[in-house]
Every structure is written in C-alpha cells, then in structure tokens.
Design a protein. Structure first.
Length: 389
C-alpha cells in the first residue's frame, strides 16, 4: 500500500536553530512520524508531505520519503499539495492536525484523486476555548466561515479520533457524523512500549514536572504546590524536565536554584528513579491526549494531572490522579498521597503501564488504521459510481 501522510513540522528543528535535526519530534509531528515508521516496517510505501524549507529535507534522517509544500501550510500552497499528490498517486492520503489543517485538508479536495483520512490530534473546540485575545477571535471566525461554506466532512472520507472523548466532542461540536469517526489510540513511541526503566524505589520522594514551563502547562501551579508537599514530606525533591537548550535557559530564569532542571533530552532519560509525574495543565495546549503523559504511563510512572480534554478518560480507573486546573492545593495533596503511600503509587503506575501497553499496541493500531484506509477507499468507489449514474 502506498500511503501519503500530511502533517506539519516534520522537517524542522524543535525550537532552537542550533539543535540537530535528529532531535526527537513532539506532539502532532511525533504521532505522524511514529505512524509512518510503523507503516514502513509493515511493508507500506510511505511519503510524508510537510511544511518546511526545501533545504532542510536532505538533512533529515527518516525511514520514509519526505516532500514539502514550503514554509507553512497555507492557501498559497494548496496547488503545490495537489500537484505532489497527483505525482505520488497514493492509495490513501492521511492528514494529522487540528482545526487549521482540517480546513486546509477540506480546501485541498484531495479525495477527487485519492481516498482521504483525517486524524484529529487536537480537538478544535477545546483549542478555540483555550486561545486568548485576537487568536481566539481569529479561530472562531475561521471556524464559522468555513463551516458555513463547506460541509463538515467536505473532501474527507473517514475521520480518526484518538479517544472516545474526542469522538463525542467532534460529533457534538464539530457536527461530524459519528458513523464516519473511528476511535483508534496510537502515537506512543515503540521505545516507550518496550523500555524497562529503573523500578520505582520504596522510599521515593522525587517529583518531576514534565508538562512544560509555561503558565498554561502548569509550571506556576507546580511551584505553588511545593510548600504543601514539603509540609508533609520535608525531604521531597522537585525537578523540571526540559527538552531543548532554549527551554532549559528559560527554565533557569523561572525557577529557584532548589529545583533541579533535568535535560535537555528525551523524556525517558528524565524519568529514571522518579516517583511521581506532575502535569497540571491549565488549558488545552497540547495534542489530546498529551503524548508525554502516555509516555510516562508506558514507562511505569504515577501521573497527577488536571481535568482537561481526554485526560480523565486516560487517567481514570485508578490509572492516575486528577485535580482541577489551577488547584495547587489539590495538586499538592495528590502528590503527597502518592509519595507517602508506596503500594498505592506502584498500583497506579502498574495500572497505567498496562493500560498504555494494551491500548496503544502498534499491531492493533495498524490493523485498525489500515481498515479505515480500506473503508475510505470503498467510500470513494461508491461516490464515483453515484456520480457515474
């Protein structure tokens, strides 16, 4: 099968111009990359179309071929995308992204030459609610204008949601017919599903923030909860994981010297021997569900997070602890409980690890995704027959 994946930011460094092109991708780009890698392993011919400068492409080391429409997907390069698809003649085109790339996919009308699938890695309505000021107004106006101009699934044959919560939201707020949406959890790197990190220690007192270093990603909620934890556990140690040199420099300016900064580097390198992971998001600022959360769970760590998007679905059934956004008291109490109760902490971590290893198994995900590809192909065949009549 020849598959064309379309996704942004697969041909650039993550945040700092001095970084290597071999650094780990994040979020939407990482999910697309992992799918492309697994499809290649399964024998598919995979080409990824992304939006990066042409000069970057020769420097990338990916298991699949890469084409680019230029710097950033936009209306100006729609014809370029169409031409690439016509040249490739894929069996299916598979987009990944949120509201903007969704509308880009609909405008491209690729399904006229190939079955088209779209995976929502971001939930559009939550992104709009989380945006502020002019960006929120722009996203809302764009949504209203294009939804009025084009049917909800115009140009698309099948939709993939990563969680049941996302499917319900897309059907309710996005007006996408439920029968067109398949829930397929995927995206966790295979290394996390097979890695065996150091086991949680009996008297663990380490807490690490992995969600990021901005207000929206919970840095200041994390800092505010520290006195609450220290009141109960005076010897608790606090860390913040960073993934790039730029993030490390910014973190040094925002936290006190008593907080150890881990990284920059892959998340797995920051988790060894750490007992509790804090991810107190205050709004929908990452892919849903957060890929880094799934990685932490796969690596056997107890996670405390907030009731944002699909997170309650992921951490429910004693797979983690959930508090309200901005609730530093609740966060501190939840962290303290897990630090003080070793059996509970290890039970939560084991439940989380088993859930991700089973739910995000790549063989199962690939089988389901390929089935969706076949469904998209059949939908296109029926459409062409209807037009012929």
């Amino acid at each position: 099968m020849k598959v064309c994946l379309v996704s942004s930011l697969l041909g650039e460094t993550r945040s700092d111009v001095s970084e290597s092109f071999d650094n780990p991708l994040e979020g939407n780009a990482r999910i697309t990359h992992e799918l492309g890698t697994q499809l290649v392993k399964a024998g598919s011919d995979v080409v990824v179309v992304t939006d990066s400068p042409e000069k970057n492409i020769p420097q990338l080391h990916r298991p699949y071929r890469i084409r680019t429409v230029g710097h950033r997907f936009s209306v100006e390069n729609l014809n370029r995308l169409r031409e690439i698809i016509r040249q490739l003649k894929p069996d299916v085109v598979h987009f990944h992204g949120g509201q903007q790339i969704y509308h880009y996919a609909k405008l491209s009308r690729i399904r006229s030459c190939a079955p088209t699938v779209f995976t929502f890695t971001f939930i559009p309505s939550l992104v709009r609610k989380a945006a502020v000021g002019s960006r929120r107004a722009m996203l809302t106006l764009l949504h209203i204008a294009l939804e009025n101009a084009l049917p909800s699934t115009f140009g698309l044959d099948r939709i993939i949601a990563l969680t049941s919560y996302a499917k319900d939201n897309l059907a309710r707020d996005g007006r996408i017919p439920r029968k067109l949406i398949s829930v397929i959890p995927y995206g966790v790197p295979e290394t996390c599903l097979t890695e065996n990190p150091e086991h949680d220690v009996e008297d663990g007192r380490n807490v690490i923030l992995t969600s990021g270093i901005t207000k929206e990603r919970g840095l200041y909620t994390f800092l505010s909860c520290m006195p609450i934890v220290r009141e109960k556990i005076p010897d608790a140690k606090f860390m913040v994981a960073v993934r790039s040199p730029l993030e490390a420099r910014e973190c040094h300016d925002r936290v006190s010297p008593e907080i150890r900064i881990l990284g920059p580097g892959p998340l797995v390198e920051s988790l060894t021997s750490h007992s509790v992971i804090a991810m107190p998001f205050s709004s929908h600022v990452s892919v849903d569900p957060p890929l880094s959360m799934l990685e932490c769970m796969a690596l056997g760590r107890a996670v405390v997070s907030t009731a944002i998007g699909s997170i309650p679905e992921i951490l429910g059934s004693n797979r983690g602890a959930i508090v309200s956004p901005w609730d530093h008291v609740g966060l501190g109490n939840a962290i303290s409980t897990l630090l003080l109760d070793g059996p509970l902490r290890r039970s939560v971590a084991e439940n989380a690890q088993n859930y991700v290893n089973q739910k995000y198994s790549w063989p199962a995900a690939l089988a389901s995704i390929i089935e969706v590809y076949h469904q998209a192909g059949e939908a296109q065949r029926v459409r062409r027959l209807a037009r012929a009549c």
